[in-house]
Design a protein around this ligand. Structure first.
Ligand SMILES: NC(=O)c1ccc[n+]([C@@H]2O[C@H](COP(=O)([O-])OP(=O)(O)OC[C@H]3O[C@@H](n4cnc5c(N)ncnc54)[C@H](OP(=O)(O)O)[C@@H]3O)[C@@H](O)[C@H]2O)c1
Length: 386
């Protein structure tokens, strides 16, 4: 079949344009990608009428806007850090711990909220040796501790700028299991720590943040956008935080407060520490009939896989730290950052694929290598016989 030259170039440019839009979407330039795609579609007709140059011109224009937009967003130029102060929750370990050190080293006054002020993480922060780093006892689910932190921050001599940033980083994953057998307390705990406490902190600290026209940075997760099997409690709590953050972003724009979401993929931190207790907790709470259906081996292997996922994840937290710093200190932060492997690609594929395909792909992404006892081929043949 003979392909006309116009059609050939048209297809080539459209393919390139599509790749560019997908990439822009992944970089957080979703709006621009959408506009570019719409412009391409609107002018596609022209292509077949010989208006190829017009299409090319518009695409070039979109590319220029895209590059300009990205350069502006990813600029390394930060606002002055001295004189700014930031409260971070969950600084005992992981991202919060590393961010507290990083920001105080760069000259920011940091209030590092910890779950246990006598724990090793808190002690390490105290020893870090920066007068700009102050450790605060802050269990985010305890309103009296949050209120005390507010009084402390309000009373601190923060200069003209007041409190510049709040990073809602504290989070728990608890245990993994099918939603049917996951203890109800796990759903409640995930919601309390990962979502409700962040809502309360925003409400309590917003009067200070509105005055400084500062930033709220909420740490969600790829698991809040892509439904991974066994992550129902954690994923739902992070999805709730994501939705809350998007609403807050629009409401607070008029006040000059920017609300940013950090949506990381997997990184090796304590959050993946397998919990021996959760095996017992799940098994003890299950009615015997359900326990028989799923089987002890299956429930136990699920918890072991948690630490396996952690071990397979990258150890270097730098991509998350860079994005957190950019979110807090860039003149024009993005609405959402997606540090880590596949962190933007997987959600994109998930939204683009028809459900029948995305469900198959995600179900195929198995964390455990055994099946519930009641679904094993042996159980099936026994069922057929009876
Ligand atoms: N690591 C990842 O792959 C990943 C991916 C996506 C999103 N995230 C999110 O990133 C954030 C930081 O997690 P991480 O990976 O750095 O794990 P992490 O090392 O376990 O950090 C979470 C911190 O929150 C603390 N915490 C737990 N409950 C708390 C409470 N009630 N009040 C105050 N602090 C509390 C934990 O203290 P204890 O250690 O004492 O429990 C821990 O220090 C979390 O919101 C997590 O959901 C992590």
């Amino acid at each position: 079949m003979e392909v006309s030259e116009g059609l050939f170039w048209g297809c080539a440019v459209c393919t390139l344009a599509t790749a560019l839009y997908v990439w822009l979407w992944g970089q957080g330039g979703g709006c621009l990608a959408g506009l570019g795609a719409a412009a391409t579609l609107a002018l596609e007709g022209q292509l077949y009428n010989g208006g190829f140059h017009g299409v090319f011109g518009v695409l070039t224009m979109c590319c220029c806007f895209g590059v300009h937009h990205l350069i502006r967003e990813r600029s390394d130029e930060f606002l002055p850090m001295h004189g700014k102060s930031v409260l971070i929750t969950g600084c005992d370990t992981g991202f919060g711990h590393a961010l507290a050190k990083e920001l105080s080293d760069r000259g920011v006054q940091v209030f590092a909220g910890v779950l246990d002020e006598h724990g090793s993480g808190a002690q390490e922060l105290k020893k870090h040796g920066s007068h700009r780093l102050e450790v605060l006892q802050l269990d985010v689910t305890d309103h009296s501790q949050v209120d005390r932190a507010l009084r402390h921050v309000t009373a601190a001599q923060l200069g003209e700028g007041g409190l510049w940033g709040l990073v809602n980083n504290a989070g728990v994953l608890c245990c993994l299991a099918d939603a049917e057998i996951l203890p109800f307390t796990t759903f409640r705990r995930c919601m309390e720590v990962n979502y409700l406490s962040a809502v309360y902190l925003c409400q309590v600290f917003l009067p200070l943040l509105r005055r400084s026209k500062g930033r709220i940075v909420n740490v969600t997760s790829m698991g809040g956008e892509v439904p991974f099997c066994f992550f129902s409690a954690y994923g739902a709590s992070k999805a709730a935080l994501g939705c809350f953050s998007r609403v807050l972003r629009m409401e607070l724009a008029a006040w000059g407060v920017k609300v940013v979401v950090i949506q990381p993929a997997g990184f090796r931190t304590n959050i993946f520490k397998g919990c021996e207790e959760s095996k017992k907790k799940i098994l003890q709470n299950l009615p015997s009939v359900i326990c028989r259906d799923y089987g002890e081996t299956y429930v136990c292997s699920m918890q072991d896989c948690l630490s396996k996922v952690g071990q397979q994840s990258p150890e270097d937290l730098r991509p998350v730290l860079n994005d957190m710093c950019h979110a807090l200190m860039a003149p024009s932060p993005k609405a959402r950052y997606t540090p880590g492997q596949m962190a933007w690609l997987l959600p994109l594929l998930y939204h683009l694929c028809p459900t029948v395909i995305s469900d198959k792909l995600l179900k195929g992404h198995k964390f455990v290598d055994c099946e519930p006892a009641g679904l094993s081929p042996k159980a099936g043949s026994e069922l057929t016989r009876t």
